[in-house]
Design a protein around this ligand. Structure first.
Ligand code: MTE
Ligand code: LUZ
Ligand code: MOS
Length: 771
């Protein structure tokens, strides 16, 4: 291996702006819909089911076909291959076939000369349904044992016995709602037929390889005949991990049948009606604890709203089960999880992927324990933390993975200090004593989040690095850019490896013809996986250049240094570009592939035991809110956040991710409410009725810092993932609201507050506990 001088490390660990920042803000960043349209491009729209569960007796599509500008109409029967887009289990038709299973399910695609004409025509269908009974709630599904997958269970110790013998017990039911991803760019696919039955699809997707599979299977053509490309997404948040498939599949079907380019762009309402969201969870729990608040046993049943098909509900539930512990050692646990089949959208990945739904339950239990014992919740939390890394008795998770990188003690201690937690707690008590209507609340919540796909084989990635003769570098990797800064970080890694400035490195669109068989950019692993793969590719080029440099400049290959755009060896220094040109003439290979597979992962799905994660990312937040107990309105006054990004590759981007995830998670737990009416139609399918946070909802005082740390695991430059874990930080907002509400009963009663804590829910909770 060649030597690197410390100055060349400047490109990693530095707060470079997002590589597309200027393009983003000047409107010159290209998204799928910005691609120049090929001559003859047609536009598709979907006809949607108006029934939650029904047999399709007959579809009269004559009026659709005869509508102005319409070229063709396609249904399930038109697929040359498989009408399937289920990512794991094949229970998910692209277009409904004989039966509909939710309101909004696509029935047919109409292709017209314009987007508008296609949408108008789609409304003219006359569908004859035979209504079937619909299951609209997970608890109703559970009563009928209506599941999309077999129930899961994970146990350690004897929870029942531990609870029965504990000095104190609590039990109850609770729920957290679902959440719409609300990516700014909606779902879209643009399919362009190629010669010899080939198909090119530009698609806004986190998973180009999966889109390639779905399109190839739908058209009954080999994978090598399908090219899927994604320059960038205007956000994915999990919603384009599997569920871009329907759009890619339909656009490709229409284009293949007509042998003309076809674009399918979802209108926001259709997007929300058709696609799945975060899983809502319903819990039944029991816990036993001692006088100090130490949890002695927990028994939990989790019911998730899977919707009508499995999609990713299995791994989502697995992650929920594996995050029930959050940052706490739970000696005796008994968890059952059911993915309930309901006649609603098929729920899917959303930032956190079940982790938040698992972890928030234990926080809710601890919140009640602390209130019951009259203790500050922070003290009860701390008491239950995993032991420090040398504490053999308390450092193995309920699924058997040893926690070897625990920093939660130090991290929380630092945040407690820097946020002035204790003094503010006292000040809030004082404020509340003299304020009859406005009540303040405070909470500090921690998190520990497992990093790696919990489906082991997905933890692999590839990259291609090309060095051109002017010394400029082109990188392609299997990950996708959705605003999270993956391309910036990968470019930093490559620039660092070759000792060239960041401006010398350009990253191309993700393309299935360049790197094959990729995993989704998900599970927060984008940089961990693709950064390592790109590093491996760059290292091979660097090593070849070093060998060559030693022969021409003198010195030995292992001593050659790459930094500041120079290559030095044997006391001689030349420009990187100069050596590259000479190496070319000497016939040295100047491009390379790279591959990475995360080591030491294993998982037994049946017993739910193993080593599913590469490491943990930690964090904590303190939130202070004020609640109007007469209206249920509230405001986040201040949030202090400390996040463990390890040896951060790019502190500015990481802080941006933490801020974004915090606000997004706050929306989930407060204002974002999904409502289905009695016939199963989602009534909150537009921003007019579904309220995501606005800039005005961000706290005026928002203090986000990164915890000084280095990953114990051999991750890319010892950094840690940042995409999803900070979504758990706004638990502190929810529990601060609950704390404010509890003050109306002098913290003697538990506010019955579900999530989302909408203003209505807050008001109900206030009224329920007020004397
Ligand atoms: N940040 C932005 N701006 N847009 C997104 O869509 N998705 C999140 C997170 N941060 C997302 C984002 C989700 S769900 C994941 S899994 C990670 O980014 C994926 O990217 P990474 O693995 O490169 O962090
Ligand atoms: N597991 C996981 C997965 O932990 N996160 C994911 O996003 C995911 N996606 C597909 C399958 N397993
Ligand atoms: Mo993120 S939910 O893993 O796409």
């Amino acid at each position: 291996m060649t030597k690197q001088n410390e100055t060349s490390w400047a490109e990693v660990g530095k707060s470079h702006p997002h590589e597309s920042a200027v393009l983003h803000v000047s409107g010159r960043a290209n998204y799928t819909d910005d691609m120049p349209e090929t001559q003859g491009t047609l536009h598709a729209a979907l006809g949607l089911s108006t029934q939650a569960h029904a047999l399709i007796r007959h579809m009269d599509l004559n009026a659709v076909r005869q509508a102005q500008g319409v070229i063709a109409v396609f249904t399930a029967r038109d697929f040359p291959g498989s009408n399937q887009c289920g990512p794991i289990i094949k229970d998910d038709p692209i277009l409904a076939d004989g039966v509909v299973e939710y309101v909004g399910q696509p029935l047919f695609a109409v292709v017209a000369r314009s987007h508008e004409l296609a949408r108008r025509a789609a409304r003219l269908a006359k569908i004859d349904y035979e209504t079937l009974p619909a299951i609209l709630h997970p608890r109703a599904a559970h009563e009928q044992q209506s599941y999309v997958l077999p129930p899961m269970s994970l146990t350690r110790g004897d929870a029942q016995h531990a609870i029965a013998n504990a000095p104190h017990r609590i039990s109850g039911e609770w729920q957290v709602g679902g959440q719409e991803q609300f990516y700014l760019e909606g779902q879209i696919a643009y399919a362009i037929p190629q010669e010899a039955d080939g198909m090119y699809v530009a698609c806004s997707t986190q998973h180009p390889s999966e889109m390639q599979h779905v399109v190839a299977h739908a058209l009954a053509i080999p994978l090598h005949s399908v090219q899927v490309e994604c320059r960038r997404m205007g956000g994915g948040f999990g919603g384009k991990e599997s569920q871009s498939a329907l759009w890619a599949g339909v656009a490709a079907l229409c284009a293949f049948k007509l042998q003309r380019p076809v674009k399918l762009r979802a209108d926001r309402d259709d997007d929300m009606l058709v696609t799945g969201k975060r899983h809502e969870f319903h819990y039944d729990y029991e816990a036993g604890y001692n006088d100090e608040g130490l949890i002695l046993g927990v028994k939990v049943q989790m019911l998730s709203r899977a919707g009508f098909s499995a999609d990713l509900s299995g791994p989502v539930a697995t992650r929920a089960v594996c995050h029930l512990d959050n940052a706490y050692f739970l000696s005796d646990v008994d968890i059952r999880a059911m993915c309930c089949k309901t006649n609603t959208q098929s729920n899917t990945a959303f930032r956190g992927f079940g982790g938040p739904q698992g972890a928030i339950l234990i926080e809710h239990i601890i919140d009640d324990i602390a209130r019951h014992l009259g203790k500050d919740a922070l003290d009860v939390r701390r008491l239950n933390f995993y032991g420090r890394n040398d504490d053999e008795g308390r450092n193995v998770t309920h699924y058997g993975q040893k926690v070897v990188d625990n920093v939660i003690h130090e991290l929380v201690a630092e945040l407690e200090q820097s946020s002035d937690y204790r003094a503010r707690r006292a000040a809030i008590a004082k404020f509340n004593a003299t304020s009859p209507v406005l009540k303040k609340g405070l909470a500090l919540t921690p998190h520990k989040f497992g990093i790696a796909f919990n489906v082991t084989h997905l933890n692999q990635a590839g990259a291609l690095v090309h060095v051109y003769l002017d010394g400029s570098v082109l990188v392609n990797h299997g990950g996708t850019e959705m605003g999270q800064g993956l391309n910036t970080k990968v470019a930093q890694v490559v620039a660092h490896e070759l000792g060239v400035p960041l401006s010398a490195v350009r990253i191309t669109a993700t393309d299935t013809t360049k790197v094959a068989n990729t995993s989704a950019t998900a599970a927060s692993t984008g940089t961990d996986l693709n950064g390592k793969a790109a590093q491996a590719a760059a290292r091979q080029i660097r090593d070849r250049l070093a060998t060559y440099a030693a022969t021409t400049l003198g010195g030995v290959a292992s001593e050659v240094s790459f930094s500041d755009g120079n290559i030095s060896s044997g006391g001689n220094t030349v420009l990187f570009s100069e050596l590259v040109q000479k190496a070319y003439l000497a016939r040295v290979q100047l491009w390379s592939d790279g591959f990475y597979a995360t080591p030491d992962l294993h998982w037994d799905g049946k017993s739910m035991k193993g080593n599913p994660f590469s490491y943990y990312a930690y964090g904590a937040a303190v939130s202070e809110v004020v609640v109007d107990t007469l209206t249920g309105e509230w405001k986040l006054l201040r949030a202090d956040v400390l996040y463990d990004a390890g040896n951060s590759l790019n502190p500015a981007i990481d802080k941006g991710q933490v801020e974004g995830a915090f606000i997004q998670g706050m929306g989930w737990l407060t204002t974002e409410e999904l409502v289905w009416n009695a016939s199963g139609k989602l009534t909150t399918h537009a921003p007019s009725t579904y309220k995501i946070p606005a800039i005005s909802d961000c706290p005026e005082d928002f203090r986000v810092s990164l915890f000084k740390n280095k990953n114990v695991a051999d991750s890319i430059h010892r950094s840690k993932a940042v995409g999803e874990p900070p979504l758990l930080l706004p638990f502190s907002v929810f529990f601060a609201i609950r704390d404010a509400i509890a003050s109306v009963a002098d913290h003697q009663r538990h506010p019955p507050l579900p999530a989302p804590a909408t203003s209505e829910a807050i008001l109900r909770a206030v009224n329920a506990i007020r004397d």
